[in-house]
Design a binder for this molecule. Structure first.
Ligand code: MG
Length: 310
């Protein structure tokens, strides 16, 4: 059986891509099962040993909203840390930032919405109101020397408003960057993007002076488009791609077990394109299969299925 793809490099693609692992946070947050803290700590350790250099660990939102991550402080106390690996933590507001600072966190992420309906539902405020909430968080985090990532969700469409106008996504994304975020991750929260839409959005950002070096992409495989969308983004110069090991995280807005792009599927494609990731695919597949067993269900990742069958 093939354990690695044939590498056939093509011009016009980045030499190296940073895989931003979101499984422990975005993945587990959207799984029905609540995973014990020791399992989360082991997952994070395995991911670092597999060569992932950015592993979003957890979220300091109020436990009432995300019971799956209610053990965030405990996890940050017990999880293994490897030199050269970043472990960002999602922070919703100033209270969350206070907790992050007290816990010695050095990298945070904030989570905004491109659409009004999702801002109301997820943040209980308007898009403008959420910017007002984030402004002091980002300013203080920067003063403290933290690295700040901005997430923008519903960049291509949302379940209530339909397609998100490209100009709107660019305008809200620019506002998040203007607050002082180091990087903006463009989320396809419901998996509706297709490759032309991705190219058009990235072109629109570039036309407003936001080049690919400040952007990351975050795709969901709900409709099977995540890898095609990723390739479109790579062709536009994107070098940071979000993914979750084993495809963790079902889609909260669709009756689908397929949520985040699986890190294993992403790494298979990147290595096939001759793009370096620093990731040991075999160790990663083992991790995806191990985690699926902890959750008691098969991984939706095609690469995990192909390489871990009996
Ligand atoms: Mg996601």
């Amino acid at each position: 059986m093939m354990r690695e793809p044939y590498a056939v490099p093509r011009p016009g693609l980045p030499e190296r891509v940073t895989v931003y692992e979101v499984g422990p946070r975005d993945g587990l947050q959207n799984e029905a099962a609540i995973v014990p803290v020791e399992v989360k700590a082991e997952l994070i350790g395995r991911l670092a040993r597999a060569g992932l250099t950015t592993i979003e660990a957890t979220s300091l939102v109020h436990p009432k909203w995300v019971p799956q991550l209610a053990d965030a402080e405990q996890l940050l106390g017990v999880m293994p840390r490897q030199d050269g690996v970043r472990y960002p933590v999602l922070v919703p507001n100033e209270r969350g930032l206070d907790r992050a600072l007290a816990l010695g966190v050095t990298d945070i992420a904030i989570f905004g919405s491109a659409t009004e309906t999702f801002a109301q539902r997820n943040l209980n405020r308007s898009v403008a109101g959420s910017m007002e909430m984030f402004a002091p968080v980002v300013a203080r985090a920067r003063q403290e020397g933290m690295r700040v990532r901005g997430y923008l969700s519903m960049c291509y469409g949302d379940p209530w408003e339909g397609p998100t106008p490209i100009e709107r996504t660019v305008a809200v994304g620019r506002d998040l960057l203007d607050l002082g975020c180091d990087e903006l991750s463009l989320g396809d929260t419901i998996g509706v993007a297709t490759p032309g839409h991705v190219a058009a959005l990235l072109d629109a950002f570039a036309a407003r002076d936001v080049g690919p070096g400040r952007l990351a992409v975050h795709f969901h495989d709900t409709y099977g488009q995540a890898l095609a969308n990723t390739l479109a983004a790579l062709q536009r110069g994107i070098t940071v791609v979000d993914a979750a090991t084993g495809g963790l995280g079902g889609c909260p807005f669709a009756e689908s077990a397929t949520g985040n792009l699986a890190t294993e599927d992403l790494v298979w494609m990147l290595h096939g394109l001759g793009v370096q990731t620093g990731v040991d695919l075999a160790a990663l597949v083992e991790t995806g299969a191990w985690m699926a067993a902890r959750l008691g269900r098969p991984s939706p990742s095609r690469v995990v299925q192909a390489l871990s069958g009996k």
